[in-house]
Ligand binder design. Structure first.
Ligand code: ADP
Length: 171
């Protein structure tokens, strides 16, 4: 039975089939949650990312996601999702929804039963978190994903409250 659960924590500790990373298009690691996931997973994760052939210098376009093994993490897979930069990319809601949707589809395609997301784009990419939460939750609630246990890991108490508010507000 599908569930959507919001909690505060460190996503690198998640006990889940797939951890979603808020990656950048090169998939070569970075700061924020990306850096934390790569540090926790060890060099095997970067090696797995580098096996994805770049197309025009890009391993994963904005609004899409790619799946790899998970190195030393407890999860089986890492799904590297590239969300939009709020003030730079066109149509950020469409691209953010697409990043969540593609990630969930990849999880289903690999027969995952559980998947854990961070607040994609809500850090350096500066997406207003209340708006991001509405976009993300409406994708997670689609019937296609009703069989998945979806956890959303928020790093701070403040971020958790914003997402809980959005979940209570939207139908
Ligand atoms: P983006 O570039 O997509 O904005 P960031 O990594 O800058 O990605 O931030 C995305 C969200 O992940 C932010 O809310 C940030 O606070 C959060 N975050 C950072 N580290 C962790 C972690 N270890 N676990 C869960 N969330 C994290």
């Amino acid at each position: 039975m599908g569930t959507i659960r919001l909690y505060q924590g460190d996503i690198t500790q998640a006990q889940t089939d797939a951890i979603v990373n808020a990656a950048n298009p090169s998939l070569t690691g970075g700061g924020g949650v990306d850096g934390a996931i790569h540090r926790a997973a060890g060099p095997e994760l970067l090696a797995a990312c580098l096996q994805i052939a770049p197309v025009g210098g890009v391993r994963c376009p904005v609004g899409e996601a790619r799946m790899t093994s998970a190195g030393k993490l407890a999860a089986k897979y890492v799904i590297h999702a590239v969300g939009p930069r709020y003030r730079l990319d066109p149509q950020p809601p469409r691209l953010l929804a697409s990043a969540w949707y593609t990630s969930l589809q990849l999880a289903l395609a690999q027969a995952c039963r559980s998947v854990t997301f961070p607040a994609i784009s809500c850090g350096v990419y500066a997406y207003p978190p209340a708006e991001a939460a509405q976009v993300a939750l409406s994708v997670c609630r689609q019937p296609a994903f009703a069989g998945l246990a979806i956890d959303i890991c928020l790093f701070s108490e403040e971020m958790l409250q914003i997402w809980q508010h959005a979940a209570a507000e939207s139908p």
